[in-house]
Design a protein around this ligand. Structure first.
Ligand code: FES
Length: 104
């Protein structure tokens, strides 16, 4: 069985190792990935504080296709096989990020 899982972000799909976060997968795809202020890939226990990396999960996984009820921090949320995510393609996500940055 493969240890790779498939995730789709803004219509672009990629296979990544299990344990990869949505943010890490988005960075591998390239383009406009979620912004990050408190997450640093080279440091442990970072992320989850600023919320500027929010994304919308419209399909949780292939096994459980229900959407996640709230926007999630992409730096903390692990990708699941069959997960579908909206990043720059969601106005809700853009508005939430803008609201967060306004308070910084
Ligand atoms: S980068 Fe700060 S919560 Fe994700």
């Amino acid at each position: 069985m493969s240890d790779l899982i498939k995730i789709t972000i803004d219509g672009k799909s990629i296979e990544v190792p299990k344990g990869t976060t949505i943010l890490q997968a988005a960075r591998q795809i390239g383009g406009k990935y979620p912004p990050a202020m408190c997450y640093y890939s080279s440091l442990k226990n970072t992320g989850g504080k600023c919320r500027v990396c929010l994304v919308k999960v419209t399909q949780g996984s292939e096994a459980n296709p229900r959407p996640m009820p709230k926007l999630v921090a992409s730096c903390l949320t692990r990708a699941e096989h069959g997960m579908v995510v909206e990043n720059e393609s969601s106005q809700e996500v853009i508005d939430a990020r803008n609201g967060i940055v306004e308070f910084c």
